[in-house]
Design a binder for this molecule. Structure first.
Ligand SMILES: [Zn+2]
Length: 93
């Protein structure tokens, strides 16, 4: 087993029909559960999150020594999972 193997997915390049997601500043003071994430060896790092019965995707870029975090609008859980799949397929970004 390779010691440096990556367990989490790497995102492919966006496809030509890639959907542009809207990215907003993160809401603060919320209990967020992270359900899935992309590999930490790449930036941006994407996370599928749940909070208050809704779900969204979070994007983190390491910039100037700190993490800059943005997140999408809130969706119902099923929609967010579909969007996560699209993201991992290069169909949303
Ligand atoms: Zn990796």
């Amino acid at each position: 087993m390779p010691v440096t193997g990556c367990l989490s997915p790497h995102l492919p390049l966006p496809q030509s029909q890639c959907e542009r997601l809207d990215w907003h500043p993160p809401r603060l003071g919320e209990r967020v559960r992270v359900i899935a994430w992309t590999c930490k060896c790449r930036v941006p790092l994407y996370e599928l999150c749940e909070a208050g019965g809704q779900a969204f995707i979070r994007r983190a870029v390491h910039k100037g020594g700190r993490w800059k975090v943005q997140e999408t609008s809130r969706w119902r859980s099923a929609e967010a999972h579909a969007m996560w799949t699209a993201l991992l397929s290069g169909l949303a970004r």
